[in-house]
Design a protein around this ligand. Sequence first.
Ligand SMILES: Nc1ncnc2c1ncn2[C@@H]1O[C@H](COP(=O)(O)OP(=O)(O)OP(=O)(O)O)[C@@H](O)[C@H]1O
Ligand SMILES: O=P(O)(O)OC[C@H]1O[C@H](OP(=O)(O)OP(=O)(O)O)[C@H](O)[C@@H]1O
Ligand SMILES: [Mg+2]
Length: 282
Amino acid sequence: MLRIAVPNKGSLSGPAAEMLHEAGYQQRRESKELRIVDPENEVEFFYLRPRDIAIYVSSGRLDIGITGRDLLIDSGANAEEILPLGFARSTFRYATKPGTANGVQDLNGMTVATSYEGIVAKHLADNGVDASVVHLDGAVETAIELGVAEVIADVVETGTSLRNAGLEVIGEPIMKSEAVVIRRTGADADEPKVQQFLRRLQGVLVARTYVMMDYDCRVEQLEKAVALTPGLESPTVSPLHNEGWVAVRAMVPAKEAQRIMDDLYDIGARAILTTAIHACRL
Ligand SMILES: Nc1ncnc2c1ncn2[C@@H]1O[C@H](COP(=O)(O)OP(=O)(O)OP(=O)(O)O)[C@@H](O)[C@H]1O
Ligand SMILES: O=P(O)(O)OC[C@H]1O[C@H](OP(=O)(O)OP(=O)(O)O)[C@H](O)[C@@H]1O
Ligand SMILES: [Mg+2]
């Protein structure tokens, strides 16, 4: 049975459960459940604090985990990212009251408050900056107002939390993060159950980002049309009953579907349809 760690709280937990559900796995019904078995898929899910997941996976007791890239790196655990999942996207940045500093090079002698001590200590050291780091569990934005630190380093998504606290980001982002699937560093990459799990999640990612496009076009326009809809491997082209016409079918990125439909129409394609993809295996 494959043993998988799933975030039990916070920004990662809802979207992770949703993605697993879309991939056909049973998920817990109550937010207090700490583990469930999905016998049909031969998987056991453990609902753990996102921060702890890399540690469990690195111990080898759990095969796979879903966590944030920032949490993985901050933990220093012996685990590696094997599939980015595209949700819980954020940046990790320094912020201060305006006028305090312009970048990491100005932080010598200052105190930085953060929940991500591992990332911050390494970043300061890599930049040759001698600053103190104070660990706080959350709501780090308030630390400056209350005099605990001159600088914070925290997750920034929309920037609303910083603005509300009267802070502004300084310097370049320390890192970019999103939810990722992790496993113990060097674990067997070809394990069939792990591969099947990854294929299912990849199927969800593709179904979320692509649509299927069908249209008819004249044979003379086929090369131009196919250049607009190259598909993932190559589009399917079938003859139509009316001579001189073909039907084309290809996957296209959902975000570009409307523009592609306009371009196809302009070159004479007709009966252009898009349909959602519910699941797929590439
Ligand atoms: N506002 C946000 N937008 C996008 N991702 C976020 C946001 N806040 C946190 N994250 C991401 O979620 C993960 C943090 O997990 P954590 O459980 O601490 O989330 P949280 O939402 O801060 O929960 P908690 O309220 O329990 O602190 C990190 O990978 C982080 O980058
Ligand atoms: O840029 P924004 O869109 O405002 O998002 C970033 C905020 O979201 C998270 O906070 P969370 O609500 O998880 O509280 P926490 O600080 O207690 O973890 C993060 O720690 C930032 O404070
Ligand atoms: Mg948080």
